[in-house]
Design a binder for this molecule. Structure first.
Ligand code: D5M
Ligand code: FE
Ligand code: ZN
Length: 546
């Protein structure tokens, strides 16, 4: 089988136990005869080499040029580079040209080679990117020494909850304390017990968790707030401006209400309602150089609907000049389809063994350039506990997914790339937000708008007990303590992005075509797209591979 594209070259090299620099792969791909070039490069590698570097390839290419004097070996050019994509960054959904759509042998990279043994692939894929090069070559992107990647809020290995009642009390107390502190300075608030004994007609304010939301017989709204001292009912009149906000409320979120006590002090009439929110004037941080991150999620390897061709094209594209500034790859959960996630899911499985699914996923991961820094969090299809926060994959799965030595962290976690903080969260609560809020405020076609509500509530999964399961820990890891510069989710399989008070919210689509369930409920997934974020400007371009 001839080598068609960079991803295939990477696959071939990793099968033989080598990682490769991006430029080395591009050079092999651009050679007149890639397969023999690769064979010679491998043959001539100094003993003990783990990373195939561009100078290894150059010396083979120069050698063969001088030995075949007179033959013209074309310098690599834009057009000869497979997978080069034409993108129109002005259009929201820029489309990549496609390459090699028929690659049936690559459906299962591991199946044919049996090279899924994690030990066969060397660790430490972060090889330095060479920037010097012949004048014919576009310089690769920045030097790895300019990269920085820090993780915060990763609770992997920190789980202490036992699921007992007292743990739930502790986590909700922490939520009220920490989100409440974002509101308390703004109001002359009182605890519920103090408000209960204030005289009728007094002005009062309270910071609490939403305990209950009911409509009254006359169409007004009764919102019960709870704090550590008790509960108090707040009445939102249907014709007041705040009535509209009641539709956005979720149980267990924290907010502040101000109002006037009724004559009998048993209830207060709401004058204003405030959320922890993101300040309107928030100024996001940006990177000091032109560097990009690809934000994806919901790969669903192991599903019959996993779009291997689209993934192969994506991996090929990452090896091209156009993607030279993409130095980070963030994957927000659902690496694999999993087993037994939904009823009758087994009828749509391509790989039935969960560990094998991760092995196949790892083979697909190997196709992306070895010099990308990769960060992954789990999702609801992954083999970690379903309740959130979800710890990062265990040792066993980490060993399987060792290609390119990804950073594996909990769902949610915050990763800061060159000063730009990205809150990564899989997004199960988006189903909840979309189900509870009116269509115009949150829907599947504009998933970023549902994300705006989570930013406003400063919590990734406010409502507990519906779609979202909670594992109580000693603190509430689901609070959005610091405002992120980018909020990245997946799960709903729809692509959408936009800014909320200058924070870029981006939901990254998927790599799985429509499943029978999705057909039955009319979900039309956005599959095979990779949103690319400029970390220096927070601009987004979308590459399409499907
Ligand atoms: O979720 C993909 C999207 O589809 C997400 O919005 C949930 C929804 N979904 C998919 N299958 C089901 C079933 N069987 N019941 C309810 N909701 C479903 P994902 O996590 O990728 O499956
Ligand atoms: Fe998913
Ligand atoms: Zn999901």
């Amino acid at each position: 089988m001839p080598l068609e594209g960079p991803a295939r070259i990477v696959s071939e090299l990793t099968t033989r136990g080598y990682n490769a620099e991006r430029e080395a792969v591009t050079l092999i791909a651009a050679a007149e005869r890639p397969q023999p070039t690769l064979e010679r490069v491998v043959d001539e590698l100094p003993e003990g080499t783990l990373v195939v570097r561009s100078d290894h390839v150059r010396s083979v290419l120069e050698d063969s040029q001088s030995s075949s004097a007179g033959s013209t070996s074309d310098p690599p050019s834009n057009n000869s580079s497979p997978g080069t994509a034409s993108s129109d960054s002005a259009s929201e959904f820029a489309t990549s040209d496609t390459v090699d759509t028929d690659q049936p042998d690559r459906q299962h990279p591991s199946a044919s080679t049996g090279n899924s043994n994690p030990d066969s692939s060397p660790r430490g894929g972060r090889s330095p990117v060479e920037t010097e090069g012949s004048p014919d070559r576009i310089e690769r992107s920045g030097d790895v020494s300019e990269r920085s990647l820090e993780i915060a809020n990763d609770m992997t290995g920190e789980s202490t909850g036992t699921g007992e009642y007292k743990d739930f009390v502790a986590v909700f107390r922490d939520r009220l304390e920490r989100l409440g502190s974002k509101l308390r300075g703004r109001f002359n608030h009182r605890p519920a017990s103090a408000i209960q004994s204030m005289p009728g007609g007094s002005e009062a304010a309270m910071v609490g968790l939403v305990n209950d939301i009911r409509s009254t017989a006359s169409g007004h709204w009764l919102v019960e707030l709870e704090d550590a001292t008790g509960t108090f009912p707040w009445l939102v009149m249907k014709d007041r401006e705040y009535a509209d906000l009641v539709e956005e409320l979720l149980c267990d979120e924290v907010l502040a209400m101000e109002g006037t006590l009724a004559d009998d002090s048993g209830i207060a009439f709401v004058d204003s309602m405030s959320f922890p929110d993101v300040p309107r004037t928030y100024e996001p941080s940006t990177a000091d150089r032109h560097v990009q991150a690809a934000l994806i999620s919901d790969v669903h390897v192991g599903s019959q609907e996993f779009m291997h061709d689209a993934w192969n094209r994506f991996a090929d594209w990452l090896h091209t000049e156009e993607a030279q500034h993409v130095e980070y790859l963030l994957i927000a959960g659902d690496m694999v389809e999993g087993v037994g996630v939904y009823p009758d899911q087994d009828e749509e499985l391509d790989v039935v063994d969960i560990y094998e699914q991760y092995e196949v996923f790892n083979e697909y991961l190997k196709q992306v350039p070895g010099d990308l820094d990769i960060v992954m969090i789990p999702g609801n299809h992954d083999a970690v506990r379903l309740a959130e926060p979800q710890p990062g994959f265990d040792e066993n799965l980490r060993n399987i997914m060792s290609a390119h030595d990804p950073r594996i962290v909990s769902n949610p976690s915050t990763v800061t790339l060159e000063g730009v903080s990205v809150l990564m969260y899989h997004g199960v609560s988006l189903d909840e937000v979309i189900a509870e809020l009116p269509e115009e405020k949150a829907n599947y076609d504009e998933p970023h708008k549902a994300m705006y509500h989570l930013l406003k509530k400063r919590h990734v999964a406010p409502q507990f007990g519906g779609h979202t399961r909670l594992a109580p820990e000693k603190e509430d890891y689901l609070i959005i303590e610091d405002v992120p510069d980018i909020f990245h989710t997946g799960h709903v399989h729809k692509l959408g992005f936009g800014k909320y008070h200058n924070v870029l919210a981006i939901n990254s689509g998927c790599w799985q075509s429509q499943t029978d369930f999705q057909k039955s409920v009319n979900i039309d997934p956005d599959a095979g797209y990779a949103p690319i974020v400029d970390l220096d400007t927070l601009d987004v371009t979308v590459q399409k591979f499907s």
